[in-house]
Design a protein around this ligand. Structure first.
Ligand code: ADP
Ligand code: MG
Length: 465
């Protein structure tokens, strides 16, 4: 019928605009490498901020003692404590707790947000029990994972450049987030020192390295997306400080803000961007990360309803509500293996109030999930290959030289739970590198490496060592 033809037309156009053949992905990877160079050359030299993290030493395994970590960077935040036992005993004990952030605090005042966090942290500290030992006379120390763009001024201070991922609190911008947290802890009567400020990518890199010496980069695919990697200090022209003893410096790429003319973009992406809290920014993030994939799908379904009366003569009202369709729901539909695509049917009904969908319609929904998720996964893979190129690890080691293993530590709910996404990402990295070069590259889920990583960074920068 006419409806189906129109629906298929909409989907065909989506598919064409989202196409990401290997050639295009190579251009994206090359553009990533070019922008990395530009961002390292000068401040503001690129959309990629390539922020200097002040982390010039990654964990060795020798770290010892009780340390806390606090992870703020999405819809939840996590508090954690860990008892480190050195090279032999490693992580002796760890405990953590996750707290969801009331949405009104994400767009309220700075003090309210930090007070809430400090209060939860204080409660958690009060529950410290057996197996955790603070040496006599010592102050508790914390690694603060704050996953928003920060201009770091030392290992334990940094000013917020901008909020992302749905946070928007004007007055925090330009403030030192460690000072904000410290003041809030004082208001709670909590005696604790922030020993290290990192973001989730750097935490994941540190946690990853603690368990595997060949980890050279970390990528987060969660609510948002970002990457960090170990750079040679002398390859950072904009760094005018002393060269670190290690000769290395961890760079926080802030790759969510990457953009390139080679990235396939659609009308849906453009509209999503214009209507977002941060128009024109975080374009890479807006097409690959968990905050947005479900929203892109909603926009395509709305178009189908409008242009092809895909869900009947009237447009389902709920379909007009931004962000009503979340990526975990999209993922659940996408992984539906039942013969009648019952999960798809149920989700459409429960979330969007659309009942009685035909199998054919459900199949088309799955097909749209393929298009949106695989574009995101393939572009993420291209970004990773861009980093490998920058590191000179995208090709087979020249004959005679020892085979060098390269590990990328991955974390984030999207990568962890959206299997079709992560499988596509991994196979695309292989496709782009070629069989032989791909053999020495490992993409490894470093589950919650970032919490332990922040605690390890606090240990490394303790006032007592
Ligand atoms: P954050 O990025 O907020 O710090 P996580 O790393 O836990 O936290 O990632 C959470 C995000 O991961 C969610 O916002 C969601 O987009 C995505 N996610 C969580 N579960 C799933 C799932 N089952 N399928 C797809 N995406 C998921
Ligand atoms: Mg996180």
């Amino acid at each position: 019928s006419g409806r189906w033809a129109r629906a298929e037309g909409v989907v065909r156009e989506l598919e064409e605009r989202c196409a990401s053949p290997a050639g295009k992905l190579r251009q994206v990877a090359d553009a990533m490498t070019v922008e990395m160079h530009a961002g390292l050359a000068s401040e503001g030299g690129s959309k990629l901020k390539m922020l200097i993290s002040y982390v010039d030493n990654l964990p060795t395994g020798d770290e010892q003692g009780l340390f806390y970590a606090l992870d703020l960077g999405g819809t939840n935040f996590r508090v954690m404590r860990v008892q480190l036992g050195g090279k032999e005993r490693r992580v002796v004990k760890e405990e953590s707790k996750e707290v969801s952030i009331p949405p009104h605090l994400m767009v309220g005042s700075s003090d309210e947000l930090f007070d809430f966090i400090a209060a939860e942290l204080a409660k958690f500290v009060a529950s410290e029990g057996e197996g955790f030992h603070l040496s006599v006379g010592r102050q508790r120390e914390l690694g603060f994972t704050f996953s928003f763009p920060v201009r770091q001024t030392s290992i334990a201070s940094g000013t917020l450049i901008k909020w992302t991922k749905g946070f928007s609190i004007e007055e925090t911008i330009g403030e030192d987030v460690v000072v904000e947290l410290t003041k809030a802890m004082e208001r709670q009567g909590l005696d604790m020192r922030v020993a290290a400020l990192v973001n989730d990518t750097i935490g994941t890199l540190a946690g990853g390295r603690y368990y595997d010496n060949d980890v050279v980069a970390a990528v987060i695919l969660g609510t948002g997306t970002n990457a960090a990697y170990v750079e040679r200090a002398h390859a950072i022209p904009k760094w005018h400080g002393l060269l670190p003893k290690s000769g290395e410096m961890v760079i926080n790429m802030e790759w969510g803000n990457f953009r390139s003319s080679h990235i396939p973009l659609t009308e849906y992406d453009q509209a999503l961007d214009v209507e977002s809290l941060n128009p024109g920014e975080q374009i890479f993030e807006k097409i690959i990360s968990g905050m947005y994939l479900g929203e892109i799908l909603r926009r395509v379904l709305l178009k189908l309803a409008e242009e092809a009366a895909f869900f009947g003569d009237s447009i389902p009202t709920k379909l007009k509500i931004p962000f009503i369709l979340r990526t975990p729901d999209m993922s659940a539909m996408h992984h539906d293996t039942s013969s009648d695509l019952r999960v798809v049917g149920n989700k459409l009904k429960e979330i969007l109030g659309i009942s009685g969908t035909s199998l054919k319609a459900r199949k088309l929904v799955i097909y749209i999930c393929d298009i949106i998720a695989f574009r995101g996964a393939r572009l993420s893979a291209a970004g990773i290959v861009g980093i490998l190129k920058k590191l000179g690890r995208d090709t087979v080691a020249s004959s005679g030289s020892e085979k060098q293993r390269t590990v990328i530590a991955m974390d984030g709910g999207l990568f962890e739970h959206y299997t079709k996404f992560s499988q596509c990402l991994e196979s695309t990295v292989k496709e782009l590198l070629g069989e032989e070069a791909a053999e020495s590259v490992v993409i490894k889920l470093a589950n919650d490496g970032s919490g332990i990583g922040a605690a390890l960074m606090a240990a490394a920068h303790s006032q007592y060592t």
